[in-house]
Design a protein around this ligand. Structure first.
Ligand code: CP3
Length: 348
């Protein structure tokens, strides 16, 4: 094909408000352990962080699911926890146990963090983006990302994943000013980080607030809505016209008007949201994304085709991006991903 005659970048059209019979498709965590080629590549780095900071390996991991499935978007291969690393907090990933950080339990430990993000540490991430852009088919959109301040802070405080982020919620109640300071630093650092991702070639941004769902209403407003709104405003003033997808996982009834309240161009829906409720109650004008249950994709067969059909019935007539309601699970059979894509592209 000659330059200019490629099919349009579907995801960008959707984010500009176009409804399509066959929506753009990508899957959260589409690069990862369910792919044998990822598992083989992963063995080339001693640690997960080293893997994330190797532009050659991270670019290859980003491209693997595009080559195999022809998704409409690639998502930068990295992790939300490179940001604490760039604030001077030690981060590691132990296989089977998830992330480990030096926890922050008091003002003295908080005092060891840098005031502002050290973007030099993240240079390999920007190099990954440049490499991916060189190899990516021109109709595929590259998504950059960061964790939302609340979710990143919750790992920084607890030092690890917890079932309900109780350590960060308690820290926020007991140390309001200090926690606000942490969130403000993360807002400023995320704007700088995302602006550089865009300068390197990212075309769309997703902000992952994976732990938004544990917050009561007032805390949700303060630690989820306001910081995301500040990032979006800051980024849009520096990168005019950039499209941003917000994913406040587990937000439930707080989802109503979330895009209008934060300025997000699209709203990612988690698995627990009823598509019929979302189609009428969330926001009539907003672009929606999601929300197939990752376990339905593991199960496959009729459960998968029916769940997919239900989602398409509710969201088919509006600007909508097909995705899961959370990340793809490592035990997902590749054949089920292929069947899902075939069903969607057949327009059923
Ligand atoms: O394909 C993609 O989506 C891009 C890569 C990506 C990863 N993490 C790779 C990864 C993205 C976008 C993330 C985001 C991320 N990281 C989130 C937000 C989304 C979500 O899932 O809620 C969070 C909370 C993290 C923090 C994190 N990273 C945890 C809790 C874990 C351990 C759990 C797990 O899935 O293993 C990670 C590790 C991680 N990040 C892996 C991958 C592929 C697995 C590590 C490995 O391959 O050895």
């Amino acid at each position: 094909m000659v330059e200019g005659s490629y099919p349009p970048k579907k995801l960008l059209h959707t984010l500009m408000g176009e409804a399509m019979t066959v929506p753009p498709i990508w899957l959260m965590r589409q690069a990862g352990r369910y792919l044998p080629e990822y598992r083989a590549l992963r063995r080339e780095a001693a640690s997960f962080l080293e893997f994330c900071y190797s532009p050659k390996l991270a670019a290859e991991a980003t491209l693997q699911p595009i080559r195999r499935f022809g998704f409409d978007a690639a998502i930068l291969f990295s992790d939300i926890l490179v940001v604490p690393d760039a604030f001077g907090q030690k981060v590691s990933f132990e296989s089977g146990n998830g992330p480990r950080l030096e926890p922050i339990t008091n003002a003295a430990e908080f005092g060891r963090l840098r005031e502002s993000i050290d973007l030099d540490i993240l240079t390999p991430v920007f190099e990954t983006i440049v490499r991916v852009k060189e190899a990516l088919p021109s109709e595929v959109v590259l998504i950059g990302f960061c964790g939302a301040p609340w979710t990143v802070a919750s790992y920084m405080i607890a030092g690890q994943g917890t079932p309900d982020q109780a350590p960060a919620r308690l820290f926020a109640y007991r140390n309001r000013a200090l926690f606000q300071d942490l969130i403000d630093r993360l807002v400023a650092g995320s704007i700088d980080y995302l602006a550089k991702q865009i300068a390197a070639g990212a075309e769309v941004i997703q902000i992952f607030d994976s732990w938004a769902g544990v917050l009561p209403a007032d805390e949700f407003e303060r630690w989820c809505v306001q910081p995301i709104k500040a990032i979006i405003a800051g980024l849009q003033s520096r990168c005019h016209g950039v499209k941003i997808i917000a994913f406040p996982r587990g937000a439930g009834s707080h989802l109503e008007n979330f895009s209008a309240r934060t300025g997000a161009d699209a709203l990612g829906l988690d698995t627990s949201v009823d598509p019929a409720w979302a189609a009428t109650r969330v926001e009539t004008g907003a672009v929606l994304q999601g929300n197939l249950d990752p376990l339905a994709l593991v199960a496959g067969g009729k459960s998968l085709s029916e769940a997919t059909a239900k989602i398409m019935k509710e969201f088919g007539g509006r600007p909508y991006i097909f995705n899961l309601g959370h990340g793809i699970l490592p035990e997902t059979p590749i054949a089920h991903v292929e069947a899902l894509i075939a069903q969607l592209r057949a327009g059923t």
